[in-house]
Design a protein around this ligand. Structure first.
Ligand code: SAM
Length: 228
């Protein structure tokens, strides 16, 4: 399957069954055990990012691009801390849900601007660009172009999370593929950390902070890279 097909599949998925599934996982209503585990793991990733940014003490007024923002799980806490947030997602449904959630939190006038956009078509410059758990939808050969684009928009910092490609996880993924159930989603791509770091370095960034969330069903490596 080529990249264009992959993207169409991902977009269609997150506008249909994927929307329902992930809206619930990234919500508060009752979900099954696997989904609950993923919800908790993802929340840990969001919390780690928020802890890093709050520790820096300069979030108020900072421009932050949340690329592939989903239902706003990160955009909303960022805005709560006073950041100027630009959230976008390839799925219109996910962005609409993010918009509604933000409206419940802050009312119609708030410091988040949402748009339905493929992340390669996002333009502009932001102090910080954040892209959580989106690389899983990108095959290895497209990762460099995607990360380079994110780097080009980041004046100072890029925070990125991805499913790390390790032997143990590759085995688990293979086992999972043998038992496709009703919750089977789109293809999931893991990435080698050395590849991601090299791409960041090739774009003039160096690693500052690192995190890893692993629960039973959720694995996400988190890297903060800054320019220079
Ligand atoms: N970043 C959000 C978070 O951590 O809460 C959402 C993560 S969710 C697993 C992946 C999201 O990436 C989905 O909302 C999906 O629509 C979006 N996505 C996938 N490919 C994308 C692309 N090429 N451009 C923009 N968004 C994309």
């Amino acid at each position: 399957m080529n990249a264009v097909d992959d993207k169409t599949v991902v977009k269609d998925y997150f506008n249909a069954t994927g929307f329902d599934r992930w809206r619930r996982i990234y919500g508060t209503e009752q979900v099954n055990k696997v989904q609950l585990d993923i919800r908790k793991g993802h929340q840990q990733t969001v919390d780690t990012v928020m802890d890093w940014l709050k520790a820096d003490g300069n979030l108020r007024g900072l421009s932050v691009c949340d690329a592939g923002c989903g239902v706003g799980s990160l955009s909303i806490p960022l805005a709560q801390e006073g950041a100027m947030v630009y959230g976008s997602d390839i799925s219109e449904k996910m962005v609409a849900e993010a918009y509604d959630r933000a409206k419940v939190f802050f009312g119609p006038n708030n410091n988040i601007s949402f748009s339905a956009q493929d992340l390669e078509s996002i333009a502009g410059k932001y102090h910080t660009v954040i892209c959580l758990d989106v690389l899983i939808h990108y095959p290895q050969e497209d990762a460099a172009r995607m990360i380079s684009h994110l780097c080009s928009m980041a004046e100072s910092r890029l925070i990125l999370s991805f499913a790390p490609k390790t032997l143990a996880l590759s085995v688990l993924k293979k086992i999972g593929e043998l038992f496709p159930g009703p919750s089977k989603t789109t293809r999931a791509y893991q990435h080698r950390e050395t590849d991601v770091v090299r791409i960041l370095q090739d774009n003039g960034f160096s690693i500052q902070r690192q995190g890893m969330t692993s629960t039973r069903f959720y694995y996400s490596r988190l890297l903060e890279a800054t320019r220079g």
